[in-house]
Design a protein around this ligand. Structure first.
Ligand code: HEM
Length: 383
């Protein structure tokens, strides 16, 4: 079966076994009318529910409106399987009032009081070059599928349904997953050639998910209870300096990451899923370097916090100087980004040897509400 349930306690596309392809879109809301926005969210919910079941966006579909009307569905998914399509919605700080994307924004929809404290703009980090045109957004949709055409079709049709209410601010395609989110999945590789996702949180780790991913009732005051069972999505477009990396010798690459390139084992250990030992030394020096990515990202170095990583490789052609515009579109889910992602990223920005090879140039945060129950629409508990 190629279908992932659209409705449930949590939205699909978070602990769902990571699909191979991504189309992620961030939208600006261009209307001031709450009714128009709510109406669109209802239409989006219906269309998303249908598309994830492999159906066209509406009954009339790609052909049903006859010869003299633009088709209701754009048609490029006709005949394709649902390919495990998941559609996940998130709401950005700008939906509630002033934010990094527009400091003069008003509370257009009367929801400012319902904004959770953890939905705030990310701070600036060292060594990043954030481009506003690749950052922020009032609403995001993460479309994941095992067929790129299915993911692109979904975003395209939601954008089309939203004309006059939202406009696409930026979007990103990803062509290969860089994480595993279930125990059954093989670990994929990122653009530096290393296995990525080994130490990730898995769908089976329900206790860890409750502690580090899902927002609990006690996290918010009554006005922001609409987030209970939800999570926060951090998106970062991280360009990777492929060519300088490719000139480093293997040993240096492994030192930077803190794992072997072939097996993906922690330095000093045999196999991928062995626990890293950060106290092992050789000739008095730590075997896993003090600046190694896995040491600095490990819960031991971060007050025990963990995040659920669900990013994708991207290559958007080349940059005009003969370099690939390639990298990792980092997506992480966490219960409170300001207690989890932000301090972790601050440590990495300051100390991680990998940072020398990375140029983050897009950044965004979204509140991902819990799953939609039967008959509910996306965002219903917020509005
Ligand atoms: C682990 C690569 C960015 C957090 C890893 C691993 C690799 C890797 C190869 C080891 C395998 C694994 O456990 O998944 C990269 C690359 C990045 C990047 C190439 C950028 C292009 C980030 C960022 C964060 C992060 C921005 C968070 C702020 C982590 C965490 C682990 C990890 C938490 C697991 C550490 C552990 O518990 O052992 N990364 N990473 N990574 N990375 Fe990254």
């Amino acid at each position: 079966d190629q279908t992932v349930a659209f409705r449930g306690d949590h939205q699909a596309g978070i602990t769902t076994e990571a699909q191979d392809r991504l189309h992620f879109a961030a939208f600006d809301v261009v209307t001031d009318s709450r009714d128009e926005l709510v109406d669109m969210l209802k239409k989006w919910t219906d269309a998303a529910d249908r598309m994830t079941r492999g159906l066209e966006t509406v009954d009339d579909g790609a052909l049903g409106l006859g010869d003299y009307t633009p088709p209701a569905d754009t048609g490029e998914a006709l005949g394709l399987s649902p390919a495990h399509l998941t559609l996940t919605i998130g709401f950005g700080p700008g939906l509630f009032g002033p934010s990094a994307s527009d400091p003069n924004r008003k509370d257009r929809f009367g929801i400012a009081a319902r904004k959770p404290a953890a939905l705030a703009d990310l701070p600036m980090f060292a060594q990043e070059k954030i481009e506003p045109g690749r950052s922020y957004g009032d609403i995001c949709i993460q479309a994941c599928a095992d067929d790129p055409q299915v993911a692109v079709h979904a975003i395209r049709n939601l954008a089309r349904i939203g004309v006059g209410v939202v406009s696409v601010r930026w979007s990103q395609l990803g062509f290969g997953r860089t994480s595993s989110t279930t125990r059954g999945q093989d670990t994929p590789r990122n653009m530096f050639g290393f296995k990525d996702g080994t130490a990730n949180i898995r769908a089976e780790d329900t206790g860890v998910l409750d502690e580090h991913v899902w927002v609990a009732e006690g996290d918010n005051p009554p006005a922001a209870q609409w987030m209970t069972g939800g999570t926060y999505l951090v998106a970062r477009r991280i360009r990777m300096d492929i060519e300088p990396w490719d000139r480093q010798n293997l040993k240096e690459q492994e030192t930077v990451i803190g794992r072997t390139k072939g097996e993906g084992a922690p330095i000093g250990k045999e196999s991928e899923f062995d626990e890293p030992d950060f106290n092992m030394t050789t000739y008095g020096a730590p075997m896993i370097a003090r600046t190694a990515h896995v040491r600095l990202a490990h819960p031991d170095q971060n007050n025990g916090v963990q995040i659920l990583r669900r990013g994708y490789n991207f290559t958007d052609g080349s940059d005009g100087f003969g370099h690939l515009d390639a990298g990792l579109f980092f997506i992480a889910f966490n219960r409170d980004s300001f207690k989890q992602f932000v301090p972790m990223q601050q440590t990495l920005s300051r100390k991680d040897a990998l940072t020398e090879y990375l140029i983050p140039n897009g950044s965004a945060i979204f509140a991902v509400p819990p799953g939609v129950k039967d008959g509910e629409w996306w965002g219903q508990r917020l509005f």
